[in-house]
Design a protein around this ligand. Structure first.
Ligand SMILES: Nc1ncnc2c1ncn2[C@@H]1O[C@H](COP(=O)(O)OP(=O)(O)OP(=O)(O)O)[C@@H](O)[C@H]1O
Ligand SMILES: [Mg+2]
Length: 397
């Protein structure tokens, strides 16, 4: 009686079936019929795999049979298919029932429905998957964006480099113009002299004075040789293909002053030097070019502001920045200084306050480029007491 009550209790609360040792169904309760949607008549006498889901791999059943034929209890959550094609999940326990001899008599399977739980888990997993996909997608997009950005930066850098090359070229042309102007200037005097010597030569020829003729001839040769030296000096100076080497700053500045000496004399500009001996690495002519640019700017400012007593102070000194040695060059004039509203822009390419015929605005840009790229240095500007004050610092060896 007690056993009967247990049986009833189990059958009422679970999905129960029994099979013989070959898996042929011998008993099903109402719950089994309800969930599988088969009638009792349809089930009894059929193999239990009538309810199996086609997606379950064969392996699963192999394991099941291996367990229960070894007289052990099998437990698993199993996916089944109802008669109308609905999936349902059962938490299943199959127990072999043994006879008095200990041989398997039949199998009893007790299950309960876990479809809702399984489906919920699946929905959650799916959402997790979607989320993961989204994260992956966004990571990919971000990577692509970074890539595109990198490429754009590279492109911009390249464009910028090309722009700078063009500016360098333009400055070379400007230098060429400067060179021709300088040569023309330097030649004016000897050409006049040569004219006189030729006139004297003609006279000597007429008078058949061979001594005078010889003297004039030699003088003409001397003048011509000086003139050709001038060309050589200038073309050496402006030669763009030079290698970096150690050079003395004061030599480089003196070269610039020599080139400009005629100008400086004519304009009555007084240069006050305070030099010491320091070597740096780079191209001496390029530093000379910077000094020429700075002096020419001062010269322009003198004439724009009608300065009478024109002075340019040039000093070289040694300083330390963060216990590293630097050469410091200061070029200061008394031409009145730079308008404060322009001072931040003067190193920019094409910034000029001068008339287009006198200034293109690349002098200081080029100077800045040379100091920074060729000499690893820095050029800054401020208004000193009487005029503009340019400060150049270059690392020394
Ligand atoms: N010593 C100075 N005193 C006053 N203003 C200056 C001085 N040096 C430069 N400037 C100002 O800085 C501007 C830019 O100088 P930068 O040498 O670059 O160009 P520019 O002299 O105008 O033309 P370029 O040198 O190409 O012929 C000048 O137009 C001028 O306004
Ligand atoms: Mg200039």
């Amino acid at each position: 009686m007690l056993l009967e009550q247990y049986k009833e209790a189990i059958e009422n609360s679970n999905i129960v079936s029994k099979t013989d040792i070959n898996g042929v169904i011998t008993f099903v309760n109402d719950e089994f019929c309800a969930i599988s949607e088969y009638s009792r008549e349809e089930l009894i006498g059929k193999k239990h795999n009538i309810v199996k889901h086609p997606s379950i791999p064969k392996n699963h059943f192999k394991k099941l049979w291996k367990t229960i034929t070894a007289k052990k209890t099998y437990k698993a959550t199993v996916k089944n298919l109802s008669k109308s094609g609905k999936d349902y999940y059962l938490n299943t326990t199959i127990t072999p029932i043994l006879d008095e001899n200990g041989e398997i008599e039949e199998y009893i399977a007790i299950r309960y429905d876990v479809t809702k739980e399984v489906e919920l888990t699946m929905v959650l997993e799916k959402q997790e998957q979607i989320l993961e996909e989204r994260v992956k997608q966004q990571t990919k997009e971000l990577e692509e964006l970074t890539h595109t950005l990198e490429r754009r930066v590279q492109e911009e850098i390249k464009k910028n480099e090309e722009k700078q090359k063009i500016l360098f070229m333009q400055s070379r042309f400007a230098s060429l113009g400067q060179m021709i102007a300088n040569i023309a200037h330097q030649w004016r005097q000897p050409l006049t002299e040569l004219n006189w010597v030729l006139f004297s030569l003609k006279n000597a020829f007429r008078k058949s004075n061979s001594n005078e003729f010889e003297n004039n001839y030699q003088e003409a040769q001397q003048i011509i040789s000086n003139m050709s030296n001038t060309i050589e000096d200038f073309s050496n100076f402006f030669n763009p293909n030079k290698k970096k080497s150690l050079f003395t700053i004061q030599d480089s500045i003196n070269d610039a002053l020599n080139i400009l000496s005629n100008h400086l004399q004519k304009e009555e500009i007084n240069i006050k030097k305070d030099f010491i001996d320091i070597q740096v690495e780079g191209i001496s002519n390029e530093l000379s070019q910077v000094i020429i640019n700075l002096i020419q700017n001062a010269k322009d400012a003198f004439s724009i502001n009608h300065i009478q007593n024109k002075i340019i102070w040039i000093s070289i000194s040694k300083i330390e920045i963060k216990s590293k040695p630097f050469a410091k060059i200061v070029i200061e004039d008394n031409a009145g200084g730079i308008d404060e509203k322009h001072i931040d822009k003067i190193f920019e390419p094409y910034f000029s306050t001068k008339h287009a015929s006198t200034g293109t605005g690349i002098g200081l840009f080029m100077s800045h480029m040379i100091i920074q790229n060729s000499l690893n240095g820095i050029i800054t500007v401020e208004n000193g007491g009487k005029g503009a004050k340019f400060i150049i610092t270059i690392p020394t060896k």
